[in-house]
Write a protein that binds this ligand. Structure first.
Ligand code: SF4
Length: 245
C-alpha cells in the first residue's frame, strides 16, 4: 500500500516549545479553525505547502537523533495536524522506531473515527482550549467546543499524556467564569492534566495584512506579566499545576 504523504508548511529542526526537550516540529499545512488571534494564518491553506513522504521525514530525523533522543522527540503542530492524521500516525510510528517521543499540538478537532489510531502512537497531547463556553469558542475560532472537550477526555484516559493550553486573550477568555470552566473541565477528567498558559502576542499580525485580511484583534493589548500571574493563581487555587505565567 502506498504510504501517505504529508503537506507541511515548514519543519523546525530544534524547536523548544512544543513538548519537552529539543524537538523536531512538523508544522502541518491546513487548518479548519479561524481563530481571531491566530499567529500563523499562513498555515490555514495547503496552497504553497511542501509535500513530504514518510521516508523523507525519517531522513530528516536521522541526523538529529543525538540531540532529540536525550529528552526530546518529534512534534506535529500546524495548522492543524489532525487534518492529516494518516501522515501523522506514520510519522509517529517512524519516530518511535527511532526511539523518539511523539507530541501533537492540536485544536482538538480530530474526527472520532481517527482518534484511536492517532492516540495510540501519541505520547503527549498539547490540547489548545481557546474557550470553555461554546458561544465564545465559536466566536473566537468559528467552531463548536464540544468535539474539543470530547477529544481531551479521550486523551486523558492515559495518565500524563494530556496538557491543556490556553492562549490568554485579556478581557476575552480570561474572565472568572472562563477560568472556573477550564479548571472544572481539567478536574473532571480521569487524570488531571497540567495547564500551560501562553500570553497572547501580536507577532503574527503582519501576516494577516500580507494575506489581504483584516486582523480582528487590532486593538487588543498583550497581557502584562502581572496579569498572567493572576490568571495562573486563579487556576492554582483549584490545585492545578500551571506553567507559563
Ligand atoms: S487552531 Fe491554531 S492554526 Fe488554526 S486558526 Fe486557530 S490558532 Fe491558527
Amino acid at each position: 500500500m502506498k504510504e501517505p504523504a504529508g503537506r507541511v508548511h515548514s519543519v523546525e529542526t530544534m524547536g523548544g516549545r512544543d513538548g519537552p526537550g529539543l524537538r523536531c516540529v512538523f508544522f502541518m499545512a491546513g487548518c479548519n479553525f479561524r481563530c481571531s488571534f491566530c499567529q500563523n494564518p499562513d498555515t490555514w491553506s495547503i496552497r504553497g505547502s511542501q509535500s513530504i513522504t514518510l521516508e523523507e521525514a525519517r531522513e530528516r530525523l536521522i541526523p538529529l537523533l543525538p540531540y532529540l533522543r536525550s529528552r526530546g522527540g518529534v512534534t506535529a503542530s500546524g495548522g492543524e495536524p489532525c487534518l492529516q492524521s494518516e501522515f501523522v500516525v506514520g510519522l509517529f510510528k517512524a519516530a518511535h522506531e527511532l526511539g523518539l517521543s511523539t507530541a501533537i499540538d492540536t485544536n482538538g478537532s480530530c474526527p472520532p473515527s481517527k482518534q484511536e489510531r492517532l492516540l495510540e502512537v501519541t505520547d503527549i497531547v498539547l490540547l489548545d482550549i481557546k474557550a470553555c463556553e461554546d458561544g465564545l469558542h465559536r466566536r473566537i475560532t468559528g467552531k463548536p467546543l464540544g468535539p474539543v472537550l470530547a477529544f481531551g477526555k479521550r486523551a486523558a484516559e492515559v495518565p500524563d499524556r494530556l496538557t491543556l493550553r490556553r492562549v490568554v486573550l485579556p478581557g476575552i477568555n480570561d474572565s472568572a467564569d472562563e477560568l472556573e470552566g477550564l479548571a472544572e473541565y481539567a478536574l473532571k477528567l480521569g487524570f488531571t492534566p497540567d495547564i500551560e498558559l501562553i500570553a497572547y502576542h501580536r507577532l503574527g499580525a503582519h501576516k494577516w495584512k500580507e494575506l489581504g485580511m483584516r486582523y480582528p484583534l487590532a486593538n487588543l493589548k498583550p497581557p502584562t506579566a502581572a496579569h498572567m500571574r493572576k490568571v495562573a493563581e486563579r487556576l492554582r487555587k483549584h490545585g492545578l499545576t500551571v506553567a507559563g505565567d
